[in-house]
Design a protein around this ligand. Structure first.
Ligand code: SF4
Length: 326
């Protein structure tokens, strides 16, 4: 069941999987499958931010890349404004690429060091034939202003910017094609804490001004809580809980979400937390545990959890959970 977004739907993801097949044969190795994303469903409304959280290796970045069609889905559907883009060929996909952009964790590695900042921001307009040369320049200058960069900086090269400025540049480039959907893939995790807040506030301001929708992928729960209207929690390729941000942080229903929140340091260290902490490592996505994938780490696991996979279903209004006991 897909969690319903509050606003009209921009993005609808249904039963999406992305598996990677590792070829066998070398030194007698068996062919294996990595179940990186294994059947996720959710909606994203116009102007909404959905946080996607989970430990490293849970599949959240692969999910983001697959939704953008940077990776081809193994199965399932991705609809953008009601149009199924999951199986479109490269040429058919082109008009939709303009409407879906990405902001990466490490802006430096995603910026061409030999191009000036002005050319970097103008490049998507050139690629999508959005405007003539002088108009591109004018629009790029406007984008510099929008993201808080001085227009003189258009002549600089990426290495001349600080980390925070480079992320502003990455945001300006993402905005250049006029997208509705931006996948933000750990956009502040490489930045100093003081700069993180500036970039998050910039993203919030841009969303208000331009009506953008964000799929905000991050492992930092405080950041996700600040920017998201709803949050989806991923574990080993599956969404295990999805809810309004306030409800999820006040009363998480899934034991994994509960443990993730317990691992966030309390503002007052004298306050003891009653929630159970997460122990052990995430199992391999090559051989995910049968039944509930979290059963090997779950303090509440019962016999049934080892054989029967729980379904993601509404336990309260707009609050979906995949757990036999909640
Ligand atoms: Fe834990 Fe069982 Fe719920 Fe899975 S289904 S989270 S193992 S109680």
């Amino acid at each position: 069941m897909a969690a319903q977004a509050a606003n009209s739907k921009l993005l609808e993801v249904s039963g999406l999987t992305r598996h990677f097949h590792l070829g066998g044969g070398f030194l007698g190795r068996k062919a294996e499958t990595v179940y990186a994303v294994d059947g996720i469903s959710f909606d994203l409304g116009e102007g909404e931010t959905l946080g996607l959280v989970g430990e490293s290796g849970c599949g959240k970045s692969t999910a983001g890349k697959t939704i953008l069609r940077l990776l081809t889905p193994t199965s399932g559907t991705i609809k953008l404004r009601g149009r199924d883009i999951s199986a479109l060929a490269k040429a058919e996909l082109r008009p939709f690429r303009r409407d879906m952009q990405v902001i990466f964790q490490d802006p430096y590695s995603s910026l061409n060091p030999q191009m000036t900042a002005g050319d970097i921001v103008a490049e998507p307009m050139l690629n999508f034939a959005i405007a003539g040369a002088s108009d591109r320049r004018r629009r790029a200058a406007e984008l510099f202003q929008r993201v808080g960069l001085r227009q003189e900086a258009m002549a600089k090269y990426p290495h001349e910017f600080s980390g925070g400025q480079r992320q502003r540049l990455g945001i300006a480039r993402a905005l250049a094609s006029g997208p509705s959907l931006i996948v933000c893939d750990e956009p502040v995790s490489a930045l100093d804490v003081s700069v993180q807040a500036q970039i998050i506030n910039l993203l919030i301001d841009l969303q208000r001004q331009m009506g953008l929708s964000y799929l905000f992928i991050a492992h930092d729960l405080a950041v996700v809580q600040h920017i998201s209207q709803r949050v989806a929690v991923m574990y080993l390729g599956k969404i295990v809980e999805i809810a309004q941000t306030d409800a999820l942080f006040a009363e998480p229903l899934h034991p994994y979400t509960e443990a993730l929140l317990a691992s966030v340091p309390a503002p007052d260290p004298r306050v003891k937390k009653s929630r159970k902490l997460l122990t052990g490592d995430v199992p391999s996505p090559i051989r995910p545990p049968p039944g509930c994938r979290f059963h090997t780490r779950c303090p509440y696991a019962e016999a049934r959890c080892k054989v029967e996979e729980p379904v993601l279903e509404a336990k309260r209004d707009g609050h979906l959970v995949a757990c036999h006991l909640r």
